[in-house]
Structures are given as structure tokens and as C-alpha cells.
Design a protein around this ligand. Structure first.
Ligand code: SF4
Length: 364
């Protein structure tokens, strides 16, 4: 599969005002620190980590909902490659306006937009939020909510064509004609999330960020939504960045998985490899916490001690060194390099090759 999104050395820093006894100090929070990875066309990349690890910030920086401080986010299309992290001026204003239009309550009229570049992007990227309750406008019918990205962007103007497109995506998302006439309050959480997915996919984007999109749902509904996303991916070839804190959901959904810790990637590998032969102690610690079907199988779990460090006061060297049972002096002195230890398997640990963590295949 060709690469769709290429993230190189992405950094996002936020200035934070820290109160002191007299006055205040401005400190810099490194929410995302030197992150590099790729997402291929039609694949799902899972992004996991504890809350505060920076995973949501990565998703939003790729969509330019927030500004990267440095680095590149190259969006590859058959026609051209564009560095989204470094577009500016009018292009950025319009691109942002479009992203807000898709996700916020009020439609933003964009019909005057003429930039070719914008025309390309506005149908290519999208996002599904965690909370299906607050992300739908209660005053709009489901038909209008789903049609909103097409109408407000001026991407389609013919009402009959819009209706046909809406019906097509609604059907794929298991919504019928009667559903399209109703308002969001008439639906359950799972149904609302299907409406959000239909809205995100109606413009047939190449790339969608799903930010904790199933976390607020019951387990049985979660499975339904995961299966729906997989079916839509097979039918439409869309790539997903699937952000979640629940490793078992990520495993069901993703072709490759990245693990994030305090603003940095710890490991990135094909799902099977990451789950059954991880090379970073933090990945193994997260896997150790997933309930197992056969607790008797040979398995030496690592128990995570303490809390995730405050990113404003991140440890020197390896950020996991304060909680890692294998940490040495080298770990707190030197930042481990992000390197490919075998094909498609990236890790940031000085001793990755020495570890032989295994996890019995029967546990899931
Ligand atoms: Fe642990 Fe050191 Fe590897 Fe960091 S570099 S994960 S502290 S062994």
C-alpha cells in the first residue's frame, strides 16, 4: 500500500503559565516531541497511551486543528504531496475553516472558496469525536447533519445528488430513510455515533481521525461500531487514525499500532508483532494489564508503578525511566533513539534487542 500521511519529527509545544508566590512563569509543555510515523492508504493505525500522553494532540496536529511547532505532515496524493504542517496564510485559514465546519455545531459557509488546494483537502480528511451526544446539532435533522459537509463546503450543490449521497452513506452506516427525518435526541449513543461516522465519511475522505470514538459506548455497542468502521474501510478504502486508551479495542481495529508515552512514541509495529512480541517495556506493561483468557499460561507481567509524569516536568533521558524496571544510568542520561529494529517495527529503547517479552497467543 502506498503511504498516505507521512509525519516527520512532529513537535507541538504549548506555553503554560505557572503561578508562583509572586507573579508567574511561562513554561513550555512539550505535548508532542519528535514524533515520526506513516499511515498507508486504506489502513488503520491505532494510537494508544494513558491520558495525557499526547495522542489526541497528534491527531489534531495532523488535521491542523492545532498548530505544530515544527516538523512535517506530508499528505500524499497521486497528483501532489503537500506539507500540511507548513501551509499558511489563506490556505491554512480556509483549511481550518473547513475542519471546523465539519466538526462544530454551526455550519460555516465556504462557497466562495476557490483555492485548488482547499478543494482537494476539504473532501480528503475528517474526524469522529468521542462524544456522540455533544457533537450533533440538536436542531438539525439527521439528513441535514450528514449533508452538512457537502452543503456548507459547496462541494455539492444539487439537492437530488446530495440526497442520493446521504442515502448511500446512511445505508452503509445502517441508518434508514425514517432515521434521516428525525432529530438526534431520538437516538441512542451507538446510533448517534453511526450518524457521526456517516457525516465524517459522506465526502468520501481518504483519511479520518477517530478520537476515542467508541470509548463512551457500552462494550457490545463498541464491537458494533468497530465492525462498522472495518466494513466501511473495506468498501471505501479510507485510512483511519484510531485513537484509544483501550488496547483490546485497538487490536480488533488496527493494522498497525503506535504506543505513546509522555509526548513521545515508544513503539510502532504491525498489530500482531506489537501484541505478541513487543520490544519496549512500556508496551509490555500496558499489555500486562489487559485481562487474559488463560491466567495460567507462562507470562511474567510488568506492573506499572506510580503515575505518568507531568509533561511539564518530564524525566531526562528516556521518559519511561522513572517507571521502568530495567532502567540504568544510561536511560536517565540519554534519550533513546527512535529506530527501526526490524522491518516495520520501530522502538525507542536503548535495550530493545535484549528484551524477549512474549505474551501467550491465547490471551486476548
Ligand atoms: Fe526502560 Fe531504559 Fe528502555 Fe527506557 S531506555 S524503556 S528506561 S530500558
Amino acid at each position: 500500500r502506498p503511504v498516505l500521511i507521512e509525519v516527520n519529527n512532529l513537535e507541538v509545544r504549548f506555553p503554560i503559565r505557572k503561578k508562583k508566590l509572586f507573579g508567574s512563569d511561562i513554561q513550555e509543555l512539550r505535548a508532542v516531541d519528535d514524533v515520526s510515523f506513516t499511515i498507508k492508504r486504506g489502513e488503520t493505525v491505532g494510537l494508544v497511551g494513558e491520558s495525557g500522553s499526547g495522542k489526541t494532540t497528534v491527531g489534531r496536529a495532523i488535521l491542523r486543528a492545532i498548530d505544530p511547532t515544527s516538523g512535517e505532515v506530508i499528505f500524499h496524493t497521486p497528483k501532489e504531496d503537500t506539507d500540511l504542517a507548513n501551509i499558511g496564510g489563506e490556505d491554512l485559514r480556509k483549511f481550518r475553516q473547513h475542519m471546523n465546519m465539519v466538526f462544530s455545531e454551526g455550519p460555516v459557509r465556504l462557497s466562495s472558496m476557490a483555492a485548488d488546494r482547499l478543494r482537494l483537502f476539504r473532501s480528503k480528511m475528517s474526524l469522529v469525536f468521542q462524544d456522540p451526544y455533544s457533537s450533533l446539532n440538536p436542531r438539525m435533522t439527521v439528513r441535514d447533519i450528514i449533508a452538512e459537509p457537502l452543503v456548507a463546503s459547496g462541494m455539492m450543490t444539487d439537492r437530488a445528488a446530495i440526497d442520493e449521497r446521504v442515502r448511500d452513506i446512511a445505508e452503509r452506516c445502517k441508518l434508514n430513510l425514517e432515521h434521516l427525518r428525525r432529530f438526534p435526541h431520538a437516538f441512542s449513543g451507538g446510533q448517534r455515533q453511526r450518524i457521526c461516522i456517516a457525516r465524517a465519511l459522506v465526502s468520501r475522505p481518504d483519511f479520518v481521525v477517530c478520537d476515542e470514538s467508541v470509548s463512551a459506548l457500552d462494550v457490545s455497542i463498541q464491537a458494533e461500531i468497530v465492525n462498522l468502521l472495518k466494513d466501511l474501510q473495506d468498501e471505501m478504502g479510507v485510512a483511519f487514525l484510531f485513537i484509544a486508551h483501550d488496547l483490546s479495542v485497538v487490536a480488533q481495529m488496527s493494522h498497525r499500532v503506535a504506543v505513546m508515552y509522555v509526548g513521545k512514541f515508544a513503539e510502532y509495529a504491525p498489530t500482531e508483532k506489537l501484541f505478541f512480541s513487543p520490544k519496549h517495556p512500556y508496551t509490555y506493561a500496558l499489555l500486562s494489564a489487559v485481562p487474559r483468557a488463560d491466567p495460567d499460561a507462562a507470562f511474567n507481567p510488568i506492573k506499572l508503578q506510580g503515575e505518568i509524569p507531568n509533561p511539564l516536568d518530564a524525566p531526562t533521558g528516556c521518559r519511561f525511566s522513572t517507571r521502568c524496571p530495567y532502567a540504568t544510568e544510561r536511560c536517565s542520561a540519554n534519550v533513546p533513539e527512535w529506530r527501526e529494529i526490524e522491518r516495520d517495527h520501530f522502538v525507542a529503547c536503548h535495550y530493545a534487542e535484549d528484551f524477549n517479552f512474549t505474551r501467550p497467543k491465547s490471551q486476548n
